[in-house]
Write a protein that binds this ligand. Structure first.
Ligand SMILES: Nc1ncnc2c1ncn2[C@@H]1O[C@H](COP(=O)(O)OP(=O)(O)OP(=O)(O)O)[C@@H](O)[C@H]1O
Ligand SMILES: [Mg+2]
Length: 261
């Protein structure tokens, strides 16, 4: 049976799925999947996957290479019509990827408001570029941007859609370490201001711990592990709470001490 994508979400069985639940659940979730399954050539990449994401919640998704993270994001974005199970996604969805995917023949501000239905697309694009610290590059051509600037433009393009759900597929993984840290700060500020629900796919446990309210691990086609991150922002990566969580998550991923790749 093809998954449903409706405007409203029905009653939830909270007790049964307690470990999947976000820190605070008062409104219906933005994402609710039950038994979500995707097969390629008969092999299940997603296998009866259950997941809820609450409005405004920041969730990070870790998993080994080829574990199905991008497959899940594509399903949530409505880009995959071959998933089965029950899937409900509420509201507007925007995505950003490792590749900023800017059209090189359009100015930066035009990329930001591409496809946006508005009487004042330029004003909206400039405001978003201001938020990501890129106003001075608004009329530049995308190929003249640095990697970090291009990714800021991609975030601005996602934000102008005012998404209820922001899906991020390794958006910072191609950036150098320092740029990545500044992108984490920016991402946190944007999230705190706009409060979309976010599902961030990453291989970087530290990135997940820097940003997320909840970190999930995808393995064998399911959410095999979920842990809340309750440390207040700004987070100290050297604090005992995050160090303990880091060790725990790396063990879940079957990694010794460094990274997951
Ligand atoms: N269109 C496709 N046809 C066949 N197999 C596919 C297709 N897309 C993905 N797969 C397979 O499904 C599995 C999951 O792929 P997916 O891209 O979701 O993994 P991922 O967790 O995002 O990996 P990575 O960490 O490398 O980005 C992989 O084994 C991949 O080869
Ligand atoms: Mg992927």
């Amino acid at each position: 049976m093809a998954p449903e994508r409706r405007g409203t979400v029905t009653t939830l069985t909270r007790q049964r799925h307690r470990h999947l639940y976000p820190v605070a659940v008062s409104e219906p979730p933005v994402v609710r999947s039950r038994r979500l399954t995707r097969r390629y050539h008969g092999e299940a990449v997603l296998h009866r996957l259950d997941l809820d994401v609450a409005p405004g919640e920041f969730v990070a998704l870790l998993g080994r290479i080829g574990s199905g993270k991008s497959t899940l994001l594509r399903a949530l974005a409505g880009l995959d019509h071959d998933v089965t199970g029950d899937l409900q996604v509420r509201g507007t969805v925007a995505m950003a990827f490792q590749d900023p995917l800017l059209l090189p023949w359009k100015r930066v501000w035009q990329n930001v408001c591409l496809g946006l239905r508005s009487d004042r697309p330029r004003d909206i694009a400039y405001r978003a570029l201001g938020e990501v610290g890129l106003m001075q590059r608004a009329t530049a051509w995308p190929l003249t941007l640095s990697g970090g600037e291009a990714q800021r433009a991609a975030l601005a393009r996602a934000l102008v859609r005012e998404p209820d759900l922001l899906l991020l597929d390794e958006p910072f993984s191609a950036l150098d370490a320092l740029t990545r840290i500044s992108m984490h700060d920016l991402m946190h500020r944007l999230w705190a201001h706009h409060r979309p629900a976010v599902l961030l796919v990453t291989h970087d446990v530290d990135e997940a711990l820097a940003l997320a309210d909840r970190v999930l691990v995808l393995s064998d086609g399911r959410i095999s592990h979920a842990c809340p991150v309750t440390a207040p922002h700004p987070r100290d990566p050297a604090g005992p709470h995050l160090i303990a969580l880091r060790k725990h998550l790396l063990a879940e991923l079957g990694v010794g001490t460094e990274g997951t790749r």
